[in-house]
Design a protein around this ligand. Structure first.
Ligand SMILES: [Zn+2]
Length: 78
């Protein structure tokens, strides 16, 4: 249940805070919350109590990537 088929993978929220985009895979599917783990071992929960995802959450949208680049977090000089 929870996030549904389109929410099998999401961008890791913890990596995002560090300026990285990583694919976090669902490791546990609950009724309202799913647990995700990214390749770096970050674990976090997503609350889907408002309903299943209606658009795929991975790969990240151009919008997200643009927003990250604008912040200078990814795609910069490093
Ligand atoms: Zn991560």
């Amino acid at each position: 249940m929870a996030g549904g088929k389109l929410a099998q993978s999401v961008s890791c929220l913890i990596c995002l805070e560090e300026g990285q985009v990583s694919e976090a895979r669902r490791t546990y599917e609950g009724d309202e919350n799913d647990e995700y783990t990214c390749p770096k071992g970050h674990k976090f929960n997503m609350d889907w109590s408002g309903g299943e995802a209606t658009t795929p959450l991975w790969p990240p949208t151009e919008e997200l990537k643009r927003a990250m680049e604008k912040d200078g977090k990814i795609g910069g000089s490093r």
